[in-house]
Design a binder for this molecule. Structure first.
Ligand code: CP
Ligand code: NVA
Length: 316
């Protein structure tokens, strides 16, 4: 096993606080080396299979560039369900796929619809499995987000983060799990329909970690209340990948939840605004994205440094 307490990275909840700090220390080191163009080929001769059921820009490119910088090789495997141009498919079943890949490569990075597929992959693979986004959660994004907040605010514990929008999305879940892991207080503003709020399982996990870290969790349907005294405002698209059929209903349900200048100015003066990208004008106004409040492109950059750290810590 690598240097983390887990073989895999499936959710932030499964990591210890020590794991999170190890990832941050390693990401800081690798980021500095990358900026100074110092070689850091810690994965020379290693191969990572990256497997996608959904499209991606940031995750795909940051993993592929990151593995190359580490001296290794990343394979891109397109696995869009039902699409005849996919490179592979899951018809042969996850157990066989996971065991076969374990004989060839050193880690699997996978973006899937159902999170259960990752759990099954992890059970059958003898190599690390890294969640590159599932419908449940997106831990690589969440860890890069926490790392970015720490860079800007100098700390995590005791800050207040306001999540505005789809609390039931993978990013709603991830922001909640990340905040409570590191002791950040979180207020989530989401419509009252339970499907737009964190699932019961995620709430259970979040409460366990909040108890340990001392973080508080508040859920409201009022964005202005959530952003009051917030150090960070976070949002995500209202129509996530795979939910396109619900677009009309969702755009209706989230009216009033846009992160715009009016809302941002109700938070702390030095508030920072975050979005995992890709974005639309529905959930975040362009002037906020282009304003000094935004640290959105730092988040995107840090995906690469943090994922490089995760790979070096998980691969033996
Ligand atoms: N934020 C994120 O994961 O972006 P992609 O879907 O482009 O990978
Ligand atoms: N909730 C979004 C996140 C994209 C990175 C989606 O799943 O489409």
């Amino acid at each position: 096993m690598g240097k983390l307490s887990q073989k895999d990275l499936l959710t932030i909840h499964e990591l210890t606080l020590n794991d999170v700090n190890l990832i941050f220390d390693k990401a800081t080191e690798l980021k500095e080396k990358h900026k100074k163009r110092e070689p850091h080929e810690e994965l020379r001769g290693r191969t990572v299979a990256t497997f996608y059921e959904k499209p991606s820009l940031r995750t795909r490119v940051s993993f592929e560039a990151g593995v190359a910088q580490l001296g290794g090789h990343a394979l891109y495997i397109k696995a869009i369900p039902g699409w005849k141009y996919s490179d592979t498919h899951l018809k042969e079943g996850i157990p066989d796929l996971a065991r076969v890949l374990s004989r060839y490569v050193d880690a699997i990075v996978a973006r899937v619809y159902e999170h259960e597929k990752l759990v099954e992959m992890s059970r059958y693979a003898s190599i690390p499995v890294i969640n590159a986004l599932s419908d449940l959660t997106h831990p690589c994004q969440g860890l890069a987000d926490l790392f970015t907040i720490k860079e800007h605010k100098g700390k995590l514990k005791g800050l207040k983060i306001a999540y505005v929008g789809d609390g039931g999305s993978n990013m709603g879940h991830t922001t909640l799990l990340g905040a409570v892991k590191v002791g950040m207080n979180i207020a989530m503003a989401c419509p009252e329909n339970p499907k737009y709020r964190p699932s019961e399982k995620i709430m259970e996990w979040a409460k366990v970690d909040a108890e340990k870290s001392g973080a508080t969790i508040e859920i409201t349907n009022n964005p202005e209340e959530a952003v009051k005294e917030a150090d960070i405002i976070y949002t995500d698209v209202w129509v996530s990948m795979g939910m396109e059929a619900e677009a009309k209903e969702r755009l209706q349900a989230f009216q009033g939840y846009q992160v715009n200048m009016n809302l941002v100015q109700k938070a702390n003066e030095d508030v920072k605004v975050m979005h995992c990208l890709p974005r639309t004008e529905h959930e975040i106004s362009n002037d906020v994205v282009e304003s000094p409040y935004s640290i959105i492109f730092d988040q995107a950059e840090n995906r690469m440094h943090v994922q490089k750290a995760i790979l070096t810590l998980l691969i033996d």
